[in-house]
Write a protein that binds this ligand. Structure first.
Ligand code: PHE
Length: 343
């Protein structure tokens, strides 16, 4: 029996030492199999217990169990120590160096046209207008017919049109949205419609085949020219400053009667005359008028009961004035050196 005890002790010592030296979990598992597996020395000791006397057997059994428990504890401890070590190693290898300087993505800015559109819409939204939208590919009927511009009408010539077929075109103005709104909704109406329009103009310093307009439409009972003038006066002051005045010149649009073109006092000289306004003191920014009774009835609105006004603001012209831009082409070339100035 003392022989067996010694053997057991030696076995346990070897195991503890080797376990201590195990480098990773795989090695540790191999040791478990080697020492405690079915073919291992511990099992062999148990098997050889048959040669002991009945008194010695339980004593020896107790000892074997004690040794096995010790070995298991060692195994568990080493296992968690190795796990922690592995985790630390992984964390260390995945460290992010937060001291590296970041790469800046640079912040953009709104395009000057977008800015002017937003500012103009803001003024009218504050007056209770709602934003409306219409298609850029439009029916001849909406762009011309229902606005009292029939085929052969000279007004069609002034808006050299991109036709897609006989009755489909790229809209030449935002006014067709007036029709679309009046067909769908009934008065009281107060809408503003920003959007792109197309005319087959050759690109030069003041013309572009694509540009932007903002259409306004108000229809209700007892709407008068006075309301139109008051609204435009307020708009001009809010956008160009308290001292801005407006001037109406008689004009003709087939869909408004009476019609006018509206000038504001020059934003550069305030009205005394300078290069910006070519010595006039005034700058034209929009067309307007009282909605023609026939246009109202074209949309199923009774002109005996309702009246309205409409206006169309040229966005590019307004933006060129606000920012002192001398060539319309700057807006579309997307040269960052130009765009950066509007941050
Ligand atoms: N649609 C006209 C144009 O493009 C402008 C306008 C709008 C005039 C609304 C009167 C009323 O020239």
């Amino acid at each position: 029996m003392s022989n067996m005890k010694e053997e057991l002790r030696k076995l346990a010592d070897d195991f503890h030492q080797q376990t201590d030296n195990a480098a990773d979990l795989t090695e540790l598992d191999a040791l478990r199999v080697k020492y405690m597996g079915k073919k291992g020395p511990l099992t062999a000791v148990l098997r050889s217990m048959g040669s002991l006397s009945p008194e010695e057997r339980p004593l020896m059994g107790q000892l074997v169990n004690q040794v096995r428990e010790e070995m298991e504890t060692t195994l568990d401890n080493k296992k968690s120590a190795l796990r922690i070590a592995e985790k630390n190693l992984k964390l260390a290898s995945e460290t992010i160096d937060i001291s590296l300087p970041g790469s800046s993505s640079g912040s953009g800015a709104r395009h000057p046209l977008t800015r002017v559109i937003d500012e103009i819409c803001e003024v009218f939204l504050n007056l209770g207008y709602q934003i409306a939208e219409g298609p850029e590919i439009e029916l001849d009927r909406y762009n011309f017919e229902l606005l009292r511009i029939p085929e052969g009408h000279p007004a069609r010539d002034t808006q050299d049109t991109f036709y897609m077929s006989d009755n489909i075109l790229l809209r030449t103005q935002t006014s067709p949205v007036q029709i679309r709104v009046m067909e769908e909704q009934k008065p009281p109406l107060k809408i503003i419609c920003p959007g792109k329009v197309y005319r087959s103009d050759t690109l030069d310093a003041t013309h572009s085949p694509i540009f932007h307009q903002i259409e306004g439409l108000v229809v209700d009972k007892d709407v008068t020219m006075g309301d139109l003038i008051g609204s435009l006066q307020l708009f001009a002051r809010q956008l160009f400053g308290e001292n801005t005045k407006i001037r109406l010149r008689p004009h003709h649009f087939p869909f408004t009667e009476p019609s006018c073109e509206v000038d504001i006092t020059c934003w550069t000289c305030g009205g005394s005359g300078c290069r910006t306004c070519k010595g006039e003191g005034w700058i034209e920014i929009l067309g307007a008028g009282m909605v023609h009774p026939e246009v109202l009835s074209n949309c199923g609105i009774d002109p005996e009961i309702y009246s309205g006004f409409a206006f169309g603001i040229g966005v590019e012209r307004t933006a060129m004035g606000r920012y002192g831009i001398d060539d319309i082409r700057h807006f579309y070339e997307n040269d960052v050196r130009f765009l950066k100035q509007f941050k």
